[in-house]
Design a protein around this ligand. Structure first.
Ligand SMILES: [Zn+2]
Ligand SMILES: [Zn+2]
Length: 376
């Protein structure tokens, strides 16, 4: 009584029988005998255990180990909720790369582009262009749009535009305007950026003229200036697309990083990370192999092409609890990142440290639930 007793022994030697079928069963049976006959009529009493003699047995309670309820889509990171917080980190701070050609995708909002131009081109004269697709250009021509168009930084007349052989590899740019970049002109600049982004469906080209003496530019002389003066050319992308290979990219949102969502899961294994093939149509002879599309990473290539601190989310999930604590404790966070994600990072660390505290620091975050023991 009042002691902690451990029953050990090899598998099948009768530990559970002793604990559940004898001690628990008999303890409960004897306790129920002391209840009123009304209570006994409600609770079905268990059968008498076939034993020689057990004495001093108090009422008993048994807690069975819980095991094997999960499936392969449920992992240590899901159960511990670390996965939810990690998905937020990747949605907010992830650096997106094109999943086809691996180009780094730098997208900006109109505000971000405006601020960047203010910082980089202060007091300079800039010309804002909107690179437009051939398809859009045809619309502009049909609408008899008379704003000037440029090809290779040269003004192209409406007449020439009409007879131009429109192939896919030429980029026609529509002139949006020119402005001297100053704080007091921020609103005007923002409006130019906004129009440029809308006209081109997301892209904007900014040419800054180094010679600060040139302040007023008329349309006819833009071509000359662009040829004669030292200029600096910059492209911005306000759209989620790869400029290199024209691939449309998904928005960074938490669902993209979930193998339980159609937005994020590997299209082949549907997020389990494995392939189960039935040999000989017998259920007992299942062959489990790693999914050869995602290599067990469970996510699609769009999600796996988003990096944070040089790792994609699958790299983090393949860490053990111990390794992940080390990573999150030592990761360098910029002040901007801290502003956005400080609380999320603290939450992840606290959950990891909890697992360490209860002795589970050796588990891998992406370990599937069926591979965990009852105790784990
Ligand atoms: Zn690409
Ligand atoms: Zn897969």
């Amino acid at each position: 009584m009042n002691q902690f007793t451990v029953i050990t022994g090899v598998s099948g030697s009768g530990k559970s029988t002793l604990a559940f079928d004898i001690l628990f069963n008999e303890g409960q049976r004897r306790y129920l005998l002391t209840l009123s006959s009304h209570a006994k009529s409600i609770i079905q009493n268990s059968r008498k255990t076939n034993i020689g003699k057990v004495i001093n047995l108090p009422p008993t309670i048994a807690i069975k180990q819980h095991k094997g309820l999960g499936n392969y889509k449920s992992t240590v990171s899901n159960i511990s909720e670390i996965h939810n917080f990690l998905r937020l980190i990747y949605a907010k701070l992830g650096e997106q790369h094109c999943h086809i050609c691996k180009t780094f995708i730098r997208t900006h909002t109109v505000d971000q582009i405006t601020v960047k131009i203010l910082q980089d081109n202060y007091n300079q004269n800039i010309i804002v262009f909107s690179p437009i697709s051939i398809k859009n250009l045809k619309n502009h021509i049909e609408k008899k749009d008379t704003t000037p168009f440029f090809l290779n930084n040269k003004l192209i007349t409406q007449q020439k535009l009409r007879i131009l052989n429109l192939s896919d590899d030429i980029i026609i740019e529509k002139l949006i305007g020119n402005i001297i970049v100053k704080n007091e002109k921020e609103e005007e600049l923002r409006e130019l950026v906004n129009i440029a982004v809308k006209t081109s469906d997301g892209f904007i080209k900014v040419i800054s003229i180094k010679n600060t003496n040139i302040h007023v530019i008329d349309i006819e002389s833009i071509s000359d200036i662009l040829i004669q003066q030292k200029t600096n050319e910059k492209f911005f992308n306000a759209k989620l697309a790869c400029l290199n290979c024209n691939t449309i990219l998904p928005t960074l949102e938490p669902l993209l990083f979930s193998h339980n969502s159609k937005n994020g899961c590997c299209p082949i294994c549907k997020g389990t990370g494995i392939n189960i093939t039935n040999k000989n149509n017998k259920e007992s002879s299942e062959d489990i192999s790693l999914c050869n599309k995602c290599n067990g990473k469970r996510l699609n290539e769009e999600a796996l092409s988003v990096y944070w601190k040089g790792y994609n989310i699958a790299d983090i999930l393949s860490m053990s609890v111990d390794r992940a604590i080390d990573f999150f404790e030592n990761v360098q966070i910029s002040s901007r990142e801290s502003l956005i994600a400080k609380d999320i990072l603290l939450e992840i660390l606290s959950k990891l440290n909890f697992m360490k505290k209860v002795g589970l620091d050796y588990l891998e975050l992406n370990q599937p639930e069926p591979t965990l023991s009852g105790g784990e």
